[in-house]
Design a protein around this ligand. Structure first.
Ligand code: SF4
Length: 324
């Protein structure tokens, strides 16, 4: 896996990003249609299984122990409680259940074993499993694979150039090293980023170019719209124009044609129509539920209606219009 992006892919990304908006959306729609069924919008649920007190200093994150935020911290959940949440997610249409723990790297011993057990139990429900636990070594990656893990989430967040403006406690190359371990052990990769952290358009395209340069490319690409938490260094950063967000999704769709592009955090700050625009531009997955780690989501009822509105015939949509 390369340390950074291929220059030709980056130039292509920039060229696409700068196209007239409608032309870019139409180009993305062609790639989307060639690679995916348009009725196929996947739902994932993400549970924070251990919240807060993280030693890292990610400037966007309310779970960092370095910032005064008002999140509710809790230690690693018991497997039975995780499983109860996974069942609710499945009943509400989730196909994948993701579990996130606020660690720099997973601790050894009982806690890591508990995560392995949670993976086995989630799989036994017929759900795909995903975890995000921070930096992994080879041994941990092997154990996750043996437990049946389907996906490992490890976002690179932004471009390599902008990385140190957002996080200083680890380097972009540390993230790449874990991604290599994950790929080597045949676990699918979920890797994306966050937009609206004060980065330039060039940074956004370097992020997409990095993901598109990976061989093979990541199977899942979550694209987050920054949620500004009080107490974090990015709480007052300038708002990103939603059309720049949509443009980035469209470029990702074109350059990562086989990836699930997931509309992730930040949906509460978007209108329903803006979310539909993202799905029209090539996103084909959402994080569904009431909460995404520590940031609120619109909720299962809203999401089920949103997906019906996007994928079902008009008669069906009209008959079910009172769902929300
Ligand atoms: S994003 Fe993850 S690694 Fe960074 S501070 Fe938050 S929990 Fe820790």
């Amino acid at each position: 896996m390369a340390e950074d992006y291929d220059e030709d892919i980056y130039q292509q990304a920039l060229f696409l990003y700068r196209k007239p908006f409608l032309q870019l959306i139409q180009d993305a729609a062609v790639v989307h249609k060639d690679n995916w069924s348009q009725a196929d919008i996947q739902r994932s649920a993400l549970l924070s299984i251990k919240t807060g007190s993280c030693p890292e200093d990610c400037s966007y994150c309310p779970q960092s122990a370095r910032y005064e935020t008002n999140i509710k911290k809790h230690p690693l959940m018991e497997v039975k409680d995780i499983l109860a949440k996974a069942k609710v997610a499945k009943e509400n249409g989730a196909q994948r259940f993701c579990m996130g723990a606020a660690w720099r790297k997973p601790p050894r011993g009982e806690q890591f074993d508990r995560v392995l057990e949670a993976i086995r139990k989630v799989k036994s429900l017929g759900l795909e499993s995903c975890v995000t636990l921070g930096l992994l070594n080879e041994e941990q990656t092997v154990k996750l694979k043996e437990a049946g893990l389907d996906y490992y989430n490890h976002n690179v967040d932004t471009s390599k150039d902008y990385y140190s403006k957002v996080i200083t406690t680890r380097k972009f190359k540390d993230r790449v090293e874990t991604l290599r371990n994950v790929r080597k052990n045949n676990i699918n990769i979920c890797c994306g980023g966050i937009l609206g952290m004060g980065e330039s358009a060039e940074d956004r395209m370097k992020l997409i170019a990095f993901l598109a340069t990976m061989q093979p490319q990541p199977e899942s690409v979550p694209i987050n719209f920054l949620v500004k938490f009080d107490g974090t260094p990015l709480e007052n950063v300038e708002n990103l124009d939603i059309l720049d967000f949509v443009r980035t999704i469209a470029v990702a769709r074109i350059l990562l044609p086989k990836a699930r592009i997931r509309l992730s955090a930040g949906r509460m700050d978007m209108s329903r129509e803006a979310q539909i625009l993202c799905l029209t531009a090539g996103a084909n997955s959402i994080f569904s539920g009431e909460v995404l780690l520590t940031s609120p989501l619109p909720g299962y009822t809203f999401d089920n209606k949103l997906i019906d509105d996007m994928t079902k015939p008009l008669d069906y949509v009209k008959e079910n219009k009172n769902v929300i």
